[in-house]
Structure formats: structure tokens, C-alpha cells
Design a protein around this ligand. Structure first.
Ligand SMILES: *Cc1c(COP(=O)(O)O)cnc(C)c1O
Length: 428
């Protein structure tokens, strides 16, 4: 028995909390363990790929069967007709991110949407061409902005400004982000919740500061959508994009969302177009020029993949029913419990939580820096095969734990802390 056993909250407490605050786990398929004592995995990787809602299989099969039943007529006669299927997703997606329906569209994948939005919103000029990102940006975002700068004829090293935390600190301070926004900045493109550290940025403050500096401000909400409440319209965000396979539980590589603020919808911004950019009423006129609607739908290009949209629709219904504010309340309780439990083992081990301690500055995820020469991948392997705990690691030294308020248990949190206490030796 390790010395910290006595201070760790016990299993009985976790089970009692699950009784009192059960979440919506019955709506999801929880994978069984490969090995380990408990029958179901403790899934802490919902920030990477969320679990499957039970209704997804049923409703996707309905949509698939419409094809068998109707052939081409399914465009109009299917139970959920394909011709305007994407519009079924617009309202729930808009409510989730605090947008008007006209500002929101579900289409493509995340990085593709970032590029399409940068076509409209990254308009560099000789004296204003810089793009500000965080040094710990997800690599896809980093590659995307570098390639956009190069596409416009700028050196990516000159154009892309990478924000680093202060020496000895793990997360960015809002005042330091704001201080970096000068008259050369054309575009600020940050993660709303940082994928690595779990830091929730002050989106309204940074957006306002970017605007005051004359820049356009876009947000990558991959780790924020379905995790924290958002008010993109009221915060005056210029544009945003998010994927739907993390907290939004829509399946691997599923479709992404995009937001364009109302004030840009009719502003004649440049845009790449295809036949889905034209207003629905004009789609089959076969005219040589598009007549785009005054909505984010105008950023669509192709007719969308129905069997990818189906899981997004099913999943968004859950968010609509539960409500992101209610979900956030349980998320705050669950993450606070994980934090408290971790505090029972971290002081004596080479484990440091690098996510902000202020609940207002984080979502569900807690990131741990691992020292003591332990390899994160080895650790994750042990957690999985010895304890049935799925956690996710990022090189070189970060373990990410995301208790997901829809389906994670307090008991899952208890399990991961017990497992870490076992596999991470105490420092002598
Ligand atoms: C998950 C994630 C991506 C993934 O991009 P895809 O285009 O969906 O492959 C990009 N950026 C961030 C910040 C992410 O968290």
C-alpha cells in the first residue's frame, strides 16, 4: 500500500456520486475492456474520438435504407430527404455554438473549413500579413496557416507568429495574447480550448482585442464545441470551425461545422464556390453563375455526404435535448472531482497537472505532464491493458484525461487515479 492511499477518496464515494449525478450514459455504447477488472472501459479519450450514441446506428441504417428503398428519388422522398438534409443540422449546431442559424453550416472536415474560411478572411497586404497562432497549435492548424501564407506569397516563417507561454508557465495569459496583436496582424486563429493543455481561451476578450488591432479573428473550436458553452454571435467572432468527432460524438472523421458572423454574410467576401454555394431555389436552374444565399450555406461547395451527416444529426439532437449549459454544470463537477482525486497522488509522483486550475479557464480535459523518464505511450499502454482505462498521450510528455459529462462516471475518474497510482512510481 502506498503512502498516499489514505488521502485518496475511496471507491464508495465515487459510486455514490454516480448515483446522485448519473449523466446520460445510457444513451451511449460503452466499449468492453480487452482486459482489466471492470467490464467496461473507462474512456478518457472523448476529446479525441467520442463514443457512439446508441441511436446513431439505428438512424444511420434508416438513412442507408432510404437509398435502397428510393434510389435517386430519395433526394426528395426519403424519410429524411437528402436534398436539404444538411439544413436539419443547422439549427442544433447553431444553438450549440451560440450562433444564428444563418451563420452556421455543417460541411466538409475541419481543416478544409479552416482553409475555405481563410480564403475569405485571410486577406494579407504588404503592411498587414501576419497570422497569430499558439505555439502549441494542433499541427494541422499550423500547416494550414503556413500554407495559406505561402499561397499568398509570404514566407511562412515571417508571416506566422507563434505565441508561447512565459518561461516556467504552461499556458498562455490573455494579456500576453493581447499584447502580441499589433498593426501587422491580419488574422488571429487560435484554438478555443487548446488541444494539448486544455486551456480555455478568453474568446470574447481576445476577439475584441484583435478587432481593436484591426485584425480578423477566427477560432478553431475542435476542443470547445460540445465541451463549453459558446456565444459566437454575441462575442462578435468573425469566423470559426470545429470538428464533430471529439466531444460531439459523430464518428471518426465526421463532418465539421463552420460559422461566419452575420455582418460578413452579405459583404461580398471572396469565396470558393460550387453548386451548393447557390441558394437552394436556384440549384437546379443550371445557370452559369451562382446566386448565393445570405447565409453560411454559401460557403458550401459540394452536395454533402448523407451517411456522414446522419451521425452528426443524431448526436446534435442529444446536445439539444440535454442543453450545453446543463452539460457544462456536470462537466464542472466531474472535472473538479478528477482534479481533487489526482491531487491525492501527484505530489509524491512525477505528475503535474498543466491545465489551468481555474474552472472558468478550462473545459473537461486535464492534461498531465509526466516526468521521471516515463514514456507517455508506455504509460497509456499499461493503463489500457492492465486497467481498462483509455487515455491519450501527446509527445513528448503529456497525458490527456477528458471526463466527458455525457457519459463518463465518477467511478471512471476513481479508476484512472487508482491506475496512475499503481503504474507511476512514487519519487524517492
Ligand atoms: C482534432 C483537431 C484537428 C483535426 O483536423 P481534421 O481536419 O478534422 O483532420 C484540427 N485542429 C485541431 C485544433 C484539432 O483539435
Amino acid at each position: 500500500m502506498s503512502s498516499d492511499q489514505a488521502v485518496r477518496p475511496g471507491e464508495a464515494e465515487a459510486l455514490a456520486l454516480d448515483q446522485a449525478d448519473p449523466g446520460w450514459r445510457e444513451l451511449f455504447d460503452i466499449p468492453p475492456v480487452d482486459s482489466g477488472y471492470y467490464p467496461e472501459i473507462a474512456h478518457f479519450a472523448g476529446n479525441s474520438l467520442g463514443l457512439r450514441p446508441k441511436a446513431t446506428r439505428v438512424e444511420l441504417l434508416e438513412d442507408l435504407d432510404s437509398w435502397g428503398e428510393w434510389g435517386a428519388e430519395g433526394h426528395f422522398d426519403a424519410k429524411r430527404p437528402w436534398v436539404d438534409y444538411h439544413s436539419l443540422l443547422t439549427g442544433p449546431a447553431a444553438r450549440l455554438v451560440g450562433a444564428l442559424p444563418a451563420e452556421t453550416v455543417v460541411m466538409n472536415s475541419l481543416t478544409v473549413n479552416l482553409h475555405l474560411l481563410m480564403v475569405s478572411f485571410y486577406r494579407p497586404a504588404a503592411d498587414r500579413f501576419k497570422i497569430v497562432i499558439e505555439d502549441s497549435a494542433f499541427p494541422s492548424d499550423s500547416y494550414a496557416v503556413r500554407s495559406q501564407a505561402a499561397f499568398h506569397g509570404y514566407s511562412p516563417d515571417d508571416a506566422v507568429v507563434r505565441l508561447r507561454p512565459r518561461a516556467g508557465e504552461d499556458v498562455l495569459r490573455t494579456e500576453d495574447v493581447v499584447a502580441a496583436l499589433d498593426s501587422e496582424v491580419a488574422l488571429v486563429l487560435l484554438g478555443g480550448v487548446n488541444y494539448l493543455t486544455g486551456e480555455l481561451m478568453d474568446i470574447p476578450a481576445i476577439t475584441a482585442a484583435g478587432h481593436a488591432a484591426g485584425a480578423v479573428v477566427g477560432w478553431d473550436l475542435a476542443h470547445a464545441a460540445g465541451n463549453v458553452p459558446l456565444s459566437l454571435h454575441d462575442w462578435d467572432v468573425d469566423f470559426a470551425a470545429w470538428c464533430s468527432y471529439k466531444y460531439l460524438n459523430s464518428g471518426p472523421g465526421s463532418l465539421a461545422g463552420a460559422f461566419v458572423h452575420e455582418r460578413h454574410l452579405d459583404a461580398g467576401l471572396p469565396r470558393f464556390e460550387g453548386w451548393w454555394s447557390t441558394a437552394a431555389a436556384s440549384r437546379f436552374e443550371m445557370a452559369p453563375e451562382s446566386r448565393p444565399p445570405v447565409s453560411a450555406d454559401a460557403w458550401q461547395i459540394s452536395n454533402p455526404p448523407i451517411f456522414s451527416m446522419s451521425p452528426v444529426r443524431t448526436s446534435l439532437e442529444i446536445f439539444d435535448e440535454v442543453g450545453i449549459e446543463v452539460l457544462r454544470e456536470r462537466s464542472l463537477r466531474l472535472t473538479a472531482y478528477l482534479e481533487k482525486s489526482l491531487a491525492g497522488i501527484t505530489p509524491t509522483r512525477p505528475l503535474t497537472v498543466i491545465t489551468p486550475t481555474d474552472p472558468a479557464r478550462r473545459g473537461a480535459q486535464l492534461s498531465l505532464r509526466i516526468g521521471g523518464g516515463l514514456k507517455p505511450k508506455e504509460l497509456a499502454k499499461k493503463l489500457r491493458f492492465e486497467f481498462g482505462v483509455i487515455a491519450d498521450t501527446r509527445e513528448p510528455d503529456v497525458l490527456r484525461l477528458a471526463p466527458v459529462p455525457l457519459y463518463s462516471l465518477y467511478h471512471d475518474c476513481w479508476r484512472v487515479v487508482e491506475a496512475l497510482a499503481e503504474v507511476v512510481p512514487e519519487t524517492a
